[in-house]
Design a binder for this molecule. Structure first.
Ligand code: NAP
Length: 307
């Protein structure tokens, strides 16, 4: 890739950023459209988030992604915030507008697009959310907005799960969500099968043997397990779901679509299914995986992940 005086820059603000796959997404897309644009990760120290956002604007960056642990922390330094990001309380994409950046959340629509493509239905389903952090909150909102019949959040810190369930019930005006500690899962009705979304950090590289719940009895209640972690490509959660008769999906497709939506916001380009598939294959290659079609309805069985 050549750079010159006209090259536009998009960046990633986070810490750490060294293992990111996002440059593969955006640089592949920039090449595909022959855009003079590069995407670069920026490691930002905690106390320098404001400087980073204002500095990125001063340096004429076209946009940024924001990752852990700054998705909420960047919000005070933005010129505008999209209503969806405001509602979720987290921004993962900054788009340059006159006088500053506008913040968007593309994680939630990215996850929805990935779930639709994987053939995962939400409407009328009973759902479990493992975790009650930033992304779990967005997942619970998504599940409610898309018509889940019930949403139970299981989290180590019960109060955080209770807070999110309370918010959802407030929005719904009826008791659609509740909360419990992970160890209390046996009190879930025994005759119900669930869609479960895994939104904790447990099982993420390098501690790949972790799972919030390890008891197979929990996994026998799950017909579909949706993992948000993408490294490794097959987590302990996914293995447990599959070993107990359910189907499992990993988080790489969510990563793909949150990136595609961000790129569309920055450049105004539209990414079609063929180009999305090309980018997905590049991401899999970059992670040492055997490329599989983006439209595949089967869970990724790819092995040999290199961190
Ligand atoms: P977060 O706000 O830090 O929340 C972390 C969650 O994990 C909390 O529920 C926390 O429980 C739980 N947790 C962490 N360590 C634990 C432990 N040792 N035992 C039990 N529970 C533990 O993180 P986040 O931003 O929501 O991200 C969550 C996951 O989503 C991450 O793995 C991230 O990789 C993934 N993600 C994927 C994509 C994608 O595109 N695929 C995008 C965004 C995020 P407590 O509340 O008790 O601390």
């Amino acid at each position: 890739m050549k750079t010159d005086g006209y090259t536009r820059i998009c960046g990633l603000i986070g810490n750490p950023v060294e293992h990111t796959v996002s440059p593969v997404i955006h640089n592949t897309l920039a090449d595909a459209f022959a855009l003079n644009l590069v995407y670069v990760p920026f490691r930002v120290e905690q106390e320098r988030v404001e400087e980073a956002v204002r500095g990125a604007y001063a340096l004429n960056l076209l946009g940024c992604n924001v990752t852990v642990p700054y998705k909420s922390r960047v919000m005070p330094y933005l010129k505008e915030i999209d209503p969806l990001a405001e509602r979720i309380g987290a921004v993962n994409t900054l788009v340059r507008i006159p006088g500053g950046f506008k913040g968007y959340n593309t994680d939630m629509p990215g996850l929805y697009r990935a779930m639709c493509e994987d053939g995962v239905e939400i409407a009328g389903k009973k759902a479990l959310v493992l975790g009650a952090g930033g992304v779990a909150r967005a997942v619970a909102l998504l599940l409610w907005e898309k018509g889940a019949e019930s949403i139970t959040l299981l989290n180590r810190t019960l109060e955080k799960a209770e807070r999110i369930a309370g918010e959802i019930n407030g929005l719904a005006g009826r008791p659609v969500a509740d909360a419990m500690e992970p160890g209390a899962f046996a009190s879930l009705p025994a005759d119900v099968e669930y869609l479960a979304v895994q939104a904790t950090n447990l099982g993420m590289f390098p501690d790949t043997e972790g799972a919030l719940i390890e008891d197979p009895a929990f996994y026998r209640r799950i017909h579909t397990g949706y993992e948000l972690i993408f490294n490794p490509s097959r987590t302990k959660f996914m293995k447990l779901v599959e070993e107990n008769g359910g189907r499992a999906f990993g988080g790489l497709k969510m990563l793909l679509y949150q990136g595609i939506i961000a790129f569309e916001l920055w450049t105004g380009k539209k990414i079609d299914a063929a180009l999305a598939a090309e980018v997905y294959a590049e991401m899999q290659k970059a992670m040492g995986l055997k490329p599989q079609g983006v439209m595949a309805l089967e869970p990724q069985k790819a092995m040999g992940l290199e961190p």
